[in-house]
Design a protein around this ligand. Sequence first.
Ligand SMILES: *Cc1c(COP(=O)(O)O)cnc(C)c1O
Length: 379
Amino acid sequence: MIPFNKPHMTGRELHYIAASHAKGHLAGDGEFTRKCHAWFEAKLGTKKALLTHSCTAALEMAAILCDFSPGDEVIMPSYTFVSTANAFVLRGGVPVFVDIREDTLNIDENLIEGAITDKTRAIVAVHYAGIACEMDKIMEIAQRHGLVVIEDAAQALFSTYREKYLGTIGHIGCLSFHETKNIISGEGGALLVNDERFVERAEIIREKGTNRSQFFRGQVDKYTWVDIGSSYLPSELIGAFLYAQLEEGEEIIERRRQICSSYRKQLSILEEEGCCNLPKKEGEGIKGNGHMFYLILPDLDSRSRLIAYLKERGILSVFHYVPLHNSPAGKKYARICGKMDFTVNLSERLLRLPLYHDLKDEEVLMIAETVREFFRKKA
Ligand SMILES: *Cc1c(COP(=O)(O)O)cnc(C)c1O
């Protein structure tokens, strides 16, 4: 059976965990966590990187940083993971969903301005499949209306938009190291603070609303409760695991990009023949990270049949998000602005093929051949 995903280990994770065990520092913000922070700050070019338990936790911190009050609105796509919306609902905020673009499944930047009201405080740009949203346009709208831009870059570590790393373009970026992402620590995430004005408060929110980080740096002589917050910092063991992954990050991404190009080469014939669509080709300042390779089938029925066809032949493929605006909590806590045609239509037609670092070249060829065979048999 070829699984859909298989977490990749570099081999040094246990070594680094053993090192922090030997050192006896197991709580957060030890040596490896600091190394991870420094790595993100130097490599990605963010003002402040802070490891969190998850991207969900980073999004919750972002919502606190935006000072959401009950009734404040945040514009985002409905085609995303629940945490993108839930983080703001926890603060009493109202997610306002706009439709996505047909070519990237990212938020349609041309619909954002029409969704702005006097209650709007933020925009969340979700970089689906690690492919950038139209950030220039989004930043320009935000600036004109005084809104905060949060990048949900959970899937997008190492991807770029006009030479800039995703997660570093908005005021705040959120990353995930969940084992289904490219670079992993089991559960894990990071908050990237790109706007100086949020740096100090981000540290406080992460440390239960205390100024403990300043205390450890010797900037204050005792620490105390100064703001709202929670415990968002992971154990040093997570930092140790993650650091081993970051050291090999470039290679992991490169391998995944290779698999994507191989899939594209093998399957482009299907697009030419009008059987299904492939992800939009990169270009025009947009470079992905090989996070995902998907097909857009003609309809829900053909997608279900292809999933079953592949499964019978030992290949696990999956669909992805069920749009949030149609979910029970989405109906209760959020609202839509405009039509959701692409969101509804594309979410029913999208199928993700197996993609992980240790997937072999012959397996990619075999999977692609099986997909082609499905369409040949159908013809
Ligand atoms: C995976 C994912 C998340 C959640 O990440 P966790 O680290 O599991 O909390 C949020 N948003 C998007 C777009 C994701 O893909």
